[in-house]
Design a protein. Structure first.
Length: 105
């Protein structure tokens, strides 16, 4: 697994991407703390955050969606993406994200 923060930092370095939701890559734990009995995400003990990334390849605009996973149970609040994630690997293969800069969970 790669840590969400390292992926976000790598994406921020690129000035050619159009990214929707990058600043919102956190888990809305605070909504679960206020009324945990009514929080469906809290009952599942996990949540996801998606960001849309548009990049150009071979003169065409391409869309990739990254899904960050968060665990609500436990002390860690850092999100992650699995190393086998196809969308993440497309971005690595296209050299949009530097794999060497990613931190493992």
């Amino acid at each position: 697994m790669f840590l969400a923060s390292s992926i976000v930092e790598s994406l921020k370095k690129s000035k050619t991407l159009s990214i929707n939701g990058l600043d919102l890559v956190t888990c809305p734990v605070e909504s679960c703390i206020i009324k945990p009995e009514e929080c469906s995400k809290g009952h599942k003990e996990s949540c996801e955050k998606k960001i849309d990334i548009v990049y150009e390849h071979d003169g065409l605009k391409k869309l990739v969606v990254l899904i960050f996973h968060y665990q609500l149970k436990g002390s860690g609040t850092e999100g992650f993406i699995r190393k086998q994630d196809l969308s993440l690997n497309v971005l690595i293969d296209r050299k949009i994200i530097e794999k060497a800069s990613l931190k493992s969970a």
